[in-house]
Design a protein around this ligand. Sequence first.
Ligand code: SME
Length: 148
Amino acid sequence: MTNRDYAQVRNTIAALCDGETDSISKMATISCELYQALDGFDWVGFYRVVEPELLKIGPYQGGHGCLVIPFDKGVCGACAKTKTTQIVDDVDAFPGHIACSSTTRSEIVLPVFENDKLIAVLDIDSDKPSDFDEHDRDALEEILAASF
Ligand code: SME
């Protein structure tokens, strides 16, 4: 199990986003804090649901990310389509993985709900294989549920 400690970054995000209702502002803040605070978070960003079955890039930290992802493509599309968190230990083994960086080895993508509606996915890439697990999933899902 990964041993990332989310307590401090969870509290920081809660304090910074307290009272904020604009989702883009919260996405910008969350991606910044997660990217700065946690080892192995080599790319952190949101893809927003802009049309049925279509994601477009939102606030992110790291190298450039692709701008548009249909729900039938990539790990982000799989997350949006199933509305469930995707943990990918080896991106090269994921059919249809979209490689925005050649250094990415593993990935976690989580659904973002607001008023029970899918509004985005949160994509986090690591340059290390198998760098995410249920501990990361549970902690990140908790942060997202508390933020939107
Ligand atoms: N790897 C993602 C695409 C987004 S880039 O990693 C930032 C995917 O397969 O959906």
